[in-house]
Design a protein around this ligand. Structure first.
Ligand SMILES: C[S@@+](CC[C@H](N)C(=O)[O-])C[C@H]1O[C@@H](n2cnc3c(N)ncnc32)[C@H](O)[C@@H]1O
Length: 220
């Protein structure tokens, strides 16, 4: 079906949306042990690098960065990096990566949750977010926050699930069952982005099923 088919283990994408970060706190210590997650981040970073003009002056913000895998793969191609995650466990994993040099010295680690937080008053050339938007509660609010954090002429890169039947997270998940491209395109434009494009990024294997992930680019 695509050029990036993979097997991902059944564990690790948990079963809730919104603001309960406990599962992510627990999963943080073993997150990078799943080769599929590392591979997904590498592929997304590669696709971003292929598409955008990056360089040592490019400021990067990765939203819902988890263990910072995408920032880590983009690090050699960009300048100053800011990562955020509301999960303390995930932030601890990123702090450890900065300490050991896996993420660059000077990487800033924020708690930002645009569902509830005031939007940080800083803008970035590149804002990236992978497998996060299906967890947010108020999508228009979060997209408006991401737009406010993207420099004029800067870019947003969103990787997430294509619309699915709910089987990805299973019963009890309060987030989004992936996204319909046309609907998300409209919501991104409503938030203030232009030039929205979608491409296939990756197939996530779970429960003997492939869940395709898109990569959307939008310009502020
Ligand atoms: C499926 S993980 C993806 C982590 C990382 N982006 C990756 O691709 O490996 C989702 C991440 O989103 C974070 N998250 C959940 N709700 C969020 C919200 N409302 N705002 C920002 N991040 C959120 C979680 O703490 C978790 O680290």
């Amino acid at each position: 079906m695509n050029d990036h088919g993979h097997g991902e283990h059944d564990h690790g994408e948990h079963d809730h949306g919104g603001h309960a970060h406990g599962d992510f706190d627990e999963m943080a210590t073993t997150w990078d042990d799943d080769p599929a997650k590392v591979e997904r981040a590498r592929i997304v970073a590669e696709l971003i690098d292929r598409r955008l003009e990056l360089g040592p002056a490019t400021t990067l913000f990765e939203y819902g960065a988890g263990t910072g895998l995408v920032a880590q793969h983009l690090a050699p191609r960009v300048g100053p990096i800011t990562v955020s995650d509301p999960s303390a466990g995930m932030r601890a994993a990123m702090e450890a990566k900065v300490a050991e040099g896996t993420l660059p010295t000077g990487t800033r680690i924020w708690t930002t949750d645009l569902d509830v937080d005031r939007v940080p008053g800083e803008r970035f050339d590149l804002v990236a977010t992978v497998q996060v938007l299906h967890h947010v509660t108020d999508l228009p609010r979060v997209l408006a926050g991401l737009a406010a954090m993207t420099s004029p002429g800067g870019h947003l890169a969103v990787c997430d699930l294509e619309q699915e039947d709910g089987s990805f997270h299973g019963d009890g998940f309060g987030g989004h069952h992936g996204f319909d491209r046309a609907e998300l395109d409209r919501q991104l434009r409503d938030a203030g982005f232009v030039d929205v494009t979608f491409e296939h990024a990756y197939d996530l294997r779970k429960n003997d099923h492939d869940y395709p992930l898109f990569l959307a680019f939008a310009t502020r």
